[in-house]
Design a binder for this molecule. Sequence first.
Ligand code: 5GP
Length: 136
Amino acid sequence: MNTHINNDINTDKKADLNTTIFGKILRGEIPCQKIYEDDELFAFHDIHPIAEVHFLIIPKKFIPTLADVTADDSALLGKMLSLAPLLAKQQGLIDGFRTAINTGKLGGQDVYHLHIHVFGNRPGANALRAMGALTS
Ligand code: 5GP
């Protein structure tokens, strides 16, 4: 397990260090189309959807990338993943969807606040065949 990040940075007290666009969304400094919120997680529609439905699930805790998680984050990661199918269904993705976590520079990550992409087309549309926009 990668534990190179200083754990201090992942505390609520240091949340103001999160200067990413998602940090600003979490603090209400910029608007978003929110679809879910609880004490640990937040989900909202992607501003540049690559499918009919495309939303992001993020932890409120500031974790820059998947490579920065520690064993302490296991429950949080499980919660993020298990939320995906519930929200996908709510958004009409009843016949399936795709998920992606871009990690780091060569992983195509643009926003350095951990997020799961959930995207897909509602029944009747073509199945997703490519992830070009997320992997280029
Ligand atoms: P990444 O490339 O880091 O995996 O994905 C970042 C995602 O955040 C992109 O799909 C991008 O469209 C989305 N995004 C970037 N800025 C904003 C924003 O201000 N609002 C919303 N809702 N999504 C954003």
